[in-house]
Design a protein around this ligand. Structure first.
Ligand SMILES: Cc1cc2nc3c(=O)[nH]c(=O)nc-3n(C[C@H](O)[C@H](O)[C@H](O)COP(=O)(O)OP(=O)(O)OC[C@H]3O[C@@H](n4cnc5c(N)ncnc54)[C@H](O)[C@@H]3O)c2cc1C
Ligand SMILES: NC(=O)c1ccc[n+]([C@@H]2O[C@H](COP(=O)([O-])OP(=O)(O)OC[C@H]3O[C@@H](n4cnc5c(N)ncnc54)[C@H](OP(=O)(O)O)[C@@H]3O)[C@@H](O)[C@H]2O)c1
Length: 463
């Protein structure tokens, strides 16, 4: 007997899980709130990194399987409930990623000009929920808080040359706004030191090779404190060693005389965003590194503070999962409660037939490929449960193609996505761009044409 599975979330983790389940003989229906698949590969990965997006070809092969269907434009928790899926499928796998941001919890976070990287990234990538936001890029200095790869992406996007931007799949409005922005200096703030930066080497190296921006690091901030030095010698990983060496190299580099600069600052934590109505400066604590009781090296305030004038403060301190009604959620960690991918309740009891993969399972870290191993772990548990006869039978049969359309949804199937894809790539081709993205729900549904019933869901609830 074929077992029916709903996978919710068409990002990398959802697609990796789908491929594994199809290979095991399941029939898989893949749902996404957006009419378009691929999650952060489409709406997160930096537009100037087109090669990374080639992974979608693997996902496209998965979608050709006869037992695969796509239901785009369907939001779990709004258009369809957990209970409705559990009634119709033997297995439901949540792969909904981490759509919101962590908060700093400091004064001034709500000022105009203070925004999370989650929104800025979604904006420049044309995510329909964030398209047409109006970010004021008139300030000369932007501060990006955080020392991860997302912070580097954001910094780079702010200083790319318009010629570099023009050939990307960034949303047209973002190419226009970034190309004419006043930002000349981007300050990246790390609360700890160079040895603790979460950058990966190629991303940090790329900062030193930008067409129109110098990378600047003060020698005293690139130098390691004794504890970090000792840690790097004895236990440091290759990535951290190379990061430290790259930063030392940057500190010794004479500026190339570019008009734009990316300045990497270390041992600086934001204490407050200052300004009258909008951000005018970031007050930072100057930190030193100390070993905690567990031996981990952490930042401790020295009592000295500084102010960095800026008109834009982008908080890039990690993504965070969003709870969905009825699904057990760990508020502290911002993810669905689970034990190795089996959804569990607050008492640790497994929820029959419910599984989780990707960022909403383990938290918002790891590159695209990491989600494959992660999905394999969950699928192994799922198969063990199947083999033990622990999966119940759903009350209703696998739904028909139009089960949500009949209820008034604007649902995009895989053929609809292929029509969107063809439309976008055809628009990009004459300009040497991989695609020109459609960025509004209506445009996307129009391009998917014929596969959706029009005008039914509230735009705020779904695309
Ligand atoms: C800005 C940024 C840049 C990155 N760049 C790179 C890179 O260059 N290289 C690299 O290897 N990795 C990169 N990563 C990491 C990579 O994107 C992640 O590892 C990966 O996308 C996580 O996969 P996921 O499936 O868990 O989540 P996601 O990719 O976020 O997919 C989740 C999907 O679920 C959908 N969804 C959410 N809520 C609902 C709901 N309620 N109902 C229905 N659907 C829902 C979303 O629309 C989305 O399609 C980047 C991450 C970020 C944030
Ligand atoms: N090109 C790529 O391959 C690429 C591009 C983008 C993203 N990604 C991946 O996507 C994942 C997420 O990236 P990310 O950059 O969002 O997260 P991340 O790598 O976890 O980095 C988060 C950063 O925020 C800092 N931070 C957290 N809380 C803070 C606070 N209260 N105040 C100041 N700083 C704070 C962290 O510092 P501490 O270390 O001190 O906590 C860390 O430097 C990562 O695995 C990343 O590699 C990959």
């Amino acid at each position: 007997m074929t077992l029916n599975c709903a996978v919710v979330g068409a990002g990398p983790s959802g697609f990796y899980a789908t491929a594994m389940l199809l290979a095991e003989g399941f029939a898989v229906d893949l749902y996404d709130v957006l009419p378009t698949p691929f999650g952060l590969v489409r709406a997160g990965v930096a537009p100037d990194h087109p090669n990374i997006k080639a992974v979608t070809r693997v996902f496209e092969r998965t979608a050709r399987h006869a037992s695969f269907r796509f239901f785009g434009g369907v939001e779990l928790g709004a258009d369809v409930s957990r209970a409705e899926l559990l009634e119709r499928y033997h297995v439901v796998v949540y792969a909904i990623g981490a759509a919101t941001d962590n908060r700093l919890g400091i004064p001034g976070e709500e000022l105009l000009g203070s925004l999370p990287a989650t929104e800025f990234v979604a904006w420049y990538n044309g995510h329909p929920h964030h398209a047409h936001r109006d970010f004021d890029l008139s300030a000369e200095r932007a501060v990006v808080i955080g020392n991860g790869n997302v912070a580097i992406d954001v910094a780079r996007m702010l200083v790319l040359h318009p010629d570099e931007l023009r050939v990307t799949d960034a949303a047209d409005y973002a190419i226009e706004a970034l190309g004419s922005s006043n930002v000349r200096e981007v300050v990246l703030l790390g609360r700890r030191g160079p040895a603790q930066a979460a950058f990966t080497n190629p991303e940090l190296r790329e900062l030193g090779e930008l067409m129109r921006a110098d990378v600047v690091v003060a020698a005293e901030e690139a130098a390691l404190d004794p504890l970090s030095h000792g840690w790097l010698e004895q236990a440091g990983d290759a990535t951290s060693r190379r990061n430290v060496a790259l930063l030392a190299d940057y500190a010794g580099r004479p500026p190339r005389g570019h008009e734009h600069r990316v300045v990497l600052r270390f041992l600086r934590s934001p204490l407050a965003l200052l300004g009258d109505g909008r951000v005018e400066a970031v007050r930072v604590s100057v930190n030193r590194i100390e070993a905690g009781a567990d031996g981990a090296l952490r930042a401790v305030p020295t009592g000295v503070t500084e102010e960095i004038p800026c008109g834009l403060a982008i908080r890039s301190i990690g993504y965070r999962g969003v709870p969905v009604a009825g699904i057990p959620f760990d508020e502290r960690r911002g993810l669905i409660r689970n034990d190795g991918g089996r959804v569990v309740d607050a008492g640790g009891r497994p929820q029959l037939g419910e599984y989780v993969v990707g960022w909403i399972k383990r938290g918002p870290s790891g590159v695209i490929g990491a989600n494959k191993k992660d999905a394999a772990g969950t699928v192994a548990h799922l198969l063990a449960d199947r083999d033990a006869g622990a999966l119940g039978a759903p009350a209703l049969p696998r739904p028909g193609d139009d089960w949500l359309a009949r209820r008034g949804g604007r649902v995009v199937g895989w053929e609809g996505w292929r029509a969107i894809d063809a439309h976008e790539t055809a628009r990009g081709e004459p300009h040497g761009r991989p695609r020109v993205k459609l960025v509004s729900a209506d445009e996307l549904h129009e391009a998917a044409n014929g596969v959706s019933a029009p005008n039914s869901l509230e735009p705020s609830r779904s695309c």
